[in-house]
Write a protein that binds this ligand. Structure first.
Ligand code: NAP
Length: 296
């Protein structure tokens, strides 16, 4: 008997296609944190294709160079600024530089985050602080600076926070990041109400499994283990392409989504909703990660 392969969800349009009319972001300035790698770069690219000028903020010069080289090739102006989003003073300088060179960004994509898999009992105070400070506190500091400038100027604006589905479900093996992303999702809901009256939209955007060349060694190693059948492990029968996240980000920040705010959109082919009829046996995170017994 030959095995019939189910089709799964259709493949997306090819790279270079856009989800919105050409020029949707002409005259717009879009600031993307962590826009020199992976999903942040994919999001920035879709805004650039639609006419936006970009501000890319992150720490490492090699990431900023990659952003400049690859994103300027798409047509718009690209300003790259070194910034650790844990530092509110540096964040203010980034916005000063953006305003001086391109104008106040009207869209902020809070994409930068930190993460690595670890059993909760092994998380050091430093590791906990580092992940929560970057992912939650850094997102808030960026958002606060952006919001204050638009409140002062009386200008409308849009924020998209890149989240993770374990904000709802919990994330065994990622206690620090899951708690931080839950905080980010909550911030979206709070700020959408606080700032809606001033014309500022705030939404969240959650990627599913979207492999890209910049994934960290830890995450890549986890993925490699399931490489042979990773498509079959998704209800879509395929993983996501980073450009699918980019298209969703451009929609959420576009004039066509002005009445959507306080919402977190999950772009993961329904993978986070997946449940078996019968639960698989529980394997403790420690064991899944091949760690020996805990010695206090
Ligand atoms: P990534 O390639 O590791 O990108 C993280 C980016 O954040 C890097 O560009 C990094 O640049 C920047 N960054 C980290 N710490 C920073 C800091 N303190 N200040 C400024 N920038 C900082 O990650 P990714 O896979 O593209 O993920 C992007 C977003 O999607 C994250 O929010 C992540 O949580 C979320 N997400 C990803 C997946 C996935 O499948 N990949 C799934 C769920 C959620 P520098 O090193 O130059 O600072």
């Amino acid at each position: 008997m030959t095995e019939t392969r189910l089709p799964g969800l259709p493949a997306p349009p090819p790279p270079g296609a856009s989800a919105l009319p050409p020029g949707t972001f002409d005259d717009a300035v879009v600031l993307v944190t962590g826009g020199g790698t992976g999903l942040g770069k994919a999001i920035a690219a879709e805004f650039a294709r639609l006419g936006a000028d970009l501000v890319i903020a992150s720490r490492k010069p090699e990431h900023l160079k990659a952003a400049h080289d690859e994103l300027s090739a798409l047509g718009g102006r690209v300003l790259t600024v070194a910034c650790d989003i844990r530092d509110p003073e540096r964040i203010a300088e980034v916005f000063d530089a953006a305003e001086a060179e391109l104008g106040l960004p009207g869209v902020l994509i809070n994409n930068a985050a930190a993460n690595f898999p670890v059993p909760a009992e092994d998380i050091s105070p430093n590791a906990w602080r580092s992940v929560v400070d970057i992912t939650l506190t850094g997102t808030f500091f960026m958002t606060r600076e952006f919001g204050r400038r638009h409140l002062a100027a009386g200008t409308p604006a849009s924020i998209v926070d890149v989240g993770a589905s374990y904000a709802w479900t919990g994330g065994p093996g990622f206690a620090h990041s899951a708690a931080a992303k839950a905080g980010v999702k909550n911030l979206v809901e709070t700020l959408a109400v606080e700032w809606g009256p001033y014309g500022i939209q705030v939404n969240g955007l959650v990627p599913g499994l979207m492999p890209h060349e910049d994934m960290t060694a830890d995450i890549r190693a986890n993925l490699e283990q399931a490489r042979h059948d990773k498509d079959d492990r998704q209800p879509a029968l395929r993983v996501g392409a980073p450009r699918e996240l980019g298209w969703a980000a451009t929609f959420l920040a576009s004039p066509y989504a002005r009445f959507i705010t306080g919402h977190t959109l999950v772009v993961d082919g329904a993978n986070w909703q997946r449940r078996g009829l019968v639960s698989p046996p529980v394997v403790p995170v420690r064991e899944q990660m091949g760690r020996g017994p805990f010695e206090g």
